[in-house]
Design a protein around this ligand. Sequence first.
Ligand code: FAD
Ligand code: DLZ
Ligand code: SF4
Length: 502
Amino acid sequence: MKRIVLVLGDQLTPALSSLRAADRENDVVLMAEVIAEATYVRHHKKKIVLILAAMRHFAAELRMSGWRVDYVTLSDPANSGSLHGEVMRAFVRHGATHVLATEPGEWRLMREMAQWPSVTLLPDDRFLADRHGFASWAENRRGLRMEHFYRLMRLKTGLLMEGDQPAGGRWNFDRDNRNPAPGALALPEPLRFESDAITRDVLEMVATRFPDHFGELNPFWFAVTRAGAEAAFAHFLRHGLRDFGRYQDAMLRGNRFLCHSVVSVYLNLGLLDPLTMCRAVEVEWRAGRVPLNSAEGFIRQVIGWREFVRGIYWWCGPEYALSNALGAHRPLPAFYWSADTHMTCVRACVSQTREEAYAHHIQRLMVTGNFALLAGIDPHALHEWYLAVYADAFEWVELPNTIGMSQFADGGLLASKPYAASGAYIHRMSDYCEACTYDVKAKEGPKACPFNLLYWHFVARHVDRLRGNPRMVQMVRTWEGFAPEKQARLTRDAERFLASLG
Ligand code: FAD
Ligand code: DLZ
Ligand code: SF4
């Protein structure tokens, strides 16, 4: 029986489970650029280029290694516009009757593909923790904490272990990782790549077909091949990893990447392998080239957070996307698209997102995420924003980060407390406030930093819920200790600001 092996845009891995199970002699690999996948949210232009250019390069690599690949471009006049339509057309072209595929990374497609008439879906085993293993771990626990899960992953992989003990005597070195940034000049930059003819074709096509999508197309400098992604990661190992831990939480107007690896874009497409990366990081530490806090910090993000959020995504089911435990319903302010705001921190993060389709974790969590949390923005609208604007955004990783970590919309399933902070946090970790119309030190009045005003408004809105959280109860007591006139002034100023959001 001849089969169609459907390989999706974020499955660009030669050892993918579907390719391992396929027969190179008889089966046909199908890769299809379809409008439905480019528009289920209106992805950033750079994200579309990254994915389609990487798909085209991967198809060429598969052909080189002996696969028969049927590649449908977006500009093919017969393109049906959907993955299902393309599979049906491929059945006819190749006389095939069955599809073999690795499970997709989204409930939306998972549910759709499971309905296809003749399909085999294989687990996506490019992760350390399989979905069912995570579910049995999660089901037997009262609370889900990344830190507990992470220790299991350390034990499972042996990464940074001395026997059954963590290297350096601690599992987590985060307390060494909270330095503000040094001068921008001391920092490395990610490796940038020239576009070849294949990528230039995609750039041209995206410019023509998606002119209204958010984001700048040029300069486009992401790698679009495995070799490129590996070079980008090797560059990070050499130049970024040493200070990765120390400056992980810092933000600077003059440097968008600091010591971050900027590899999620490659990892999430399948161009890099998480365990291989972490082993390479461990080698750097064992060779004495990088400190343990950096190596451990990086490894924790990859085998801890990345795996943990994926486990939560599949375990919680499709309804997780609708969580709204804090009852937040304010529409997403227009400046999330335009960057047109006097808040320098938000302006910097949104402008950078528009230009790069990238912002690092603290920019996502403590600036755009924190603002939305404090202002009570509808978490689903925010989720669609994050899914659209970042080149590394796929729902299995984006959704739990947004709904759970950033918005506390799952009521504390993923995070032990809301990541809510006043302007003081942003001031400590960045140089944004120095260039802001607002005064980060002002707590009230027209010049007061909106994060300060909204922080108390947030506490006041959720007094009952926050009182039950040992990590937030002090903030509730502080609010309740304010004189009624002060509470009224803060509430009035915050509401005036919220009304100005439109
Ligand atoms: P580095 O700081 O260099 O970290 C190394 C790697 O660790 C990353 O490449 C990534 O694979 C992994 N990692 C770090 N933190 C996380 C995390 N919280 N969850 C999962 N993996 C993590 N990450 C995505 O890959 N896709 C998303 O769509 C995404 N959406 C997010 C939305 C919000 C609201 C927040 C707060 C975080 C989101 N993250 C997402 C997590 C994190 O911000 C990015 O992984 C990181 O910024 C990618 O940049 P980097 O490769 O330079 O990461
Ligand atoms: C994100 C994306 C885009 C923009 N385009 C395509 C495409 O044309 N063809 C394809 O197979 N995949 C694409 N993708 C990735 C899918 O949306 C992704 O596989 C699902 O979101 C599951 O993670
Ligand atoms: Fe952001 Fe407030 Fe600082 Fe301005 S003063 S940059 S709004 S934190």
